[in-house]
Write a new protein. Structure first.
Length: 77
């Protein structure tokens, strides 16, 4: 995730493997970690420097518009 952004719905994340780091805050998700971001919460950028599996669940369409780093709209909403 290359830049800060937000979602118009709630986001729930569960890290199954690896390390997923939010570079702006230093928060790191590791295997077994859970994170919830309420709608409108600005977060990112983030980076995974090793093989990482993160399950993300949204309670509705998650972006108000397609973000610049997506090249295919089917994965952006």
């Amino acid at each position: 995730m290359p830049q800060p952004h937000y979602h118009v719905v709630n986001q729930f994340m569960f890290c199954l493997q690896g390390r997923y780091k939010y570079t702006s805050t230093g928060v790191v998700l590791t295997a077994g970690s859970y994170c919830c971001k309420p709608n409108g919460y600005v977060h990112g950028p983030a980076v995974a420097r090793e093989e990482t599996i993160v399950v993300e669940i949204y309670d509705g369409p998650h972006y108000p518009e397609m973000l610049s780093w997506y090249t295919d709209e089917s994965g952006a909403r």
